[in-house]
Design a protein around this ligand. Structure first.
Ligand code: URA
Length: 253
């Protein structure tokens, strides 16, 4: 369907296809809108909803509102707990359920997964190529997490993570960077707030790394992925489109 992600192409598309891709009208609704003279291309009402136009070069208006065409959408979500990183699920709400219809029309999917009880930065897009590049194990995209850990995390754990630990399935992790933020007691038990940067994304990786050193993650939040940072202006469940700077940084990383 797509050209290379990020390449601007002088590609012509049917007007009804453009409107349906953006979730503005189905093909049959487009036909009606066109018949009623409500679809204007480059200043003139069109007569055929199958008219081919270059959406990047032409202006399109429906009912006087200009239509901003783009093939891909890139959303930065502050994922709350209790929703799953999937596009559909039998039992649970998904991250896509948090999006407005105008974005759902693009059929975005989460780039990687956060556990149901993990919060924080999650990228959603319909740009399969960019997603593939970010998820490729060969690309080693760094991901930083903040966690509250049950147990007194110390420098020995930091050394172990730097060297790589063995997970419950025998997998040896790549070197990871641990930062101890603070030690505290809660209900008489030692806890530690930490930051951990990992270069891979195995299933439940952060939780399993702490299990490997005899500790338990009780709260987990992702704060960065590659050049993307969690936006403090986004409350849990809120999202926004990536800025062009963020998108360029992702593509050029
Ligand atoms: N590691 C985990 O254990 N869970 C997540 O959601 C992400 C990383």
């Amino acid at each position: 369907m797509s050209n290379q992600s990020g390449n601007k192409s002088a590609k012509k598309l049917r007007v009804d296809k453009i409107l349906s891709h953006l979730g503005i009208a189905t093909r049959s609704e487009s036909k009606k809108l066109v018949k009623q003279g409500r679809v204007i291309v480059d200043g003139n009402p069109i007569k055929d909803s199958g008219l081919q136009v270059d959406p990047e070069a032409s202006t399109i208006e429906v009912d006087g509102q200009s239509v901003r065409y783009r093939e891909f959408v890139y959303l930065l979500l502050n994922k709350p707990q209790g929703v799953v990183s999937a596009t559909e699920d039998k039992w649970d709400r998904t991250v896509v359920d948090l999006l407005d219809a105008e974005y759902v029309a693009f059929e975005p999917f989460p780039v990687g997964r956060l556990d149901k009880d993990t919060e924080g930065l999650l990228l959603l897009t319909n740009d399969g190529q960019l997603a593939h590049e970010l998820l490729s194990p060969r690309k080693h995209v760094p991901k930083t997490y903040e966690a509250k850990v049950l147990g007194a995390v110390d420098e020995t754990d930091g050394e172990a993570f730097k060297a790589g630990v063995t997970l419950d399935d025998g997998y040896e992790t790549m070197p990871a960077e641990l930062e101890i933020v603070r030690h505290f007691e809660e209900e008489g038990e030692a806890h530690t707030d930490i930051r951990l940067t990992i270069m891979e994304g195995k299933f439940h990786q952060v939780k399993r790394m702490f299990e490997a050193v005899g500790k338990k993650v009780v709260f987990l939040k992702r704060i960065s992925m590659g050049p993307l940072q969690l936006d403090p202006a986004l409350s849990l469940g809120e999202y926004r489109e990536l800025t062009s700077e963020e998108l360029d940084a992702l593509r050029n990383r």
